[in-house]
Write a protein that binds this ligand. Structure first.
Ligand code: KIV
Length: 282
């Protein structure tokens, strides 16, 4: 909210492990999303649906442990499929588990004002994820840009309004045309009840209050597919492949390990060892 007041774009990264949390915190990001995208990028599934509460708690806790430096971005933990849809009670119990694991906020997909109210009443900050919702991709017709028609844009704007009025502290829009995102941001600014709530985007163009990218996309590690918005700032997979190839080659040609990468004995102890071998050879 402070960034929004100062008209400074917020920056977030979706990542899941202690070393990655430390790296993105050093880069002074404002927030980390421990997203259920980890089911795909880390665990090899072809959708986010197999993420469970146990998995999300494990990675939220790992991310929290990675924040040992001076920068402590907010951590938002994703509520996986099945953890909030059945009832308000389920949503509150599971959100509390993510908070206990180390999250500051929880993120859930879809326009669910009642759930958001229940969580807000329990004192839990909610990030409402609208637009493309990977958990609902079967319902919205796969990985598609959302809000491309006038009617869809209007529905999306009503959803944004509803989740903010229910108490969402941040709205995250995914894969929405830049013009639609701009229009929604401008309309929300006109509403005194909504104007302070940051509207962040992933694949929504430059007019939102902040940006999010998935770390494995931005460093070029996830290579199964590439979304148009997922700008690559590095080619880590290529780097890693090169490193492993060099290692394999050095072992095969007996260049590695060498004296610098091996331990050695104390000289006197070595002498004893060699004498012992000499005696046994005789
Ligand atoms: O799971 C995730 O990483 C996310 C972001 C892509 C928004 O939900």
């Amino acid at each position: 909210r402070e960034n929004k007041r100062q008209k400074k774009p917020s920056v977030g990264v979706s990542c899941y492990t202690a070393p990655d949390a430390a790296i993105v915190a050093d880069a002074e990001v404002d927030f980390i999303v421990v997203g259920d995208s980890l089911a795909m990028t880390l665990l090899g599934h072809d959708s986010t649906l197999p993420a469970t509460m146990a998995v999300m708690e494990l990675f939220v806790a790992a991310t929290r442990r990675g924040l040992t430096g001076k920068n402590t971005p907010l951590i938002s933990g994703d509520m996986p499929l099945g953890s909030y849809q059945p009832s308000d009670r389920d949503a509150v119990v599971n959100a509390c588990a993510l908070i206990q694991a180390g999250a500051d906020l929880v993120k859930l997909e879809g326009c669910m004002p009642e759930r958001i109210k229940a969580l807000a009443n329990a004192g839990i900050g909610v990030v409402a994820h609208l637009g493309l919702q990977p958990q609902m991709k079967a319902l919205v017709g796969g990985w598609k840009v959302q809000g491309k028609t006038y009617d869809e844009a209007n529905d999306l704007c009503c959803d944004v309004d509803a989740v903010i009025k229910a108490g969402a502290v941040i709205v995250l829009l995914e894969a929405v045309p830049a013009e639609v995102a701009k229009w929604i941001v401008e309309l929300q600014l006109e509403d005194p009840d909504c104007k302070d709530v940051p509207l962040l985007g992933i694949g929504c163009g430059p007019h939102v209050d902040g940006q999010l990218l998935v770390l494995s996309d931005l460093v070029g590690e996830f290579r199964q597919f590439k979304s148009r918005f997922a700008k690559r700032y590095a080619e880590i997979a290529t780097e890693k492949t090169g490193a492993v190839l060099r290692y394999v080659n050095e072992v095969r040609v007996r260049v590695f390990p060498d004296a610098d990468t091996s331990y050695s004995m104390d000289k006197d102890e070595l002498k004893l060892l060699l004498e012992d071998k000499g005696e046994r050879d005789v």
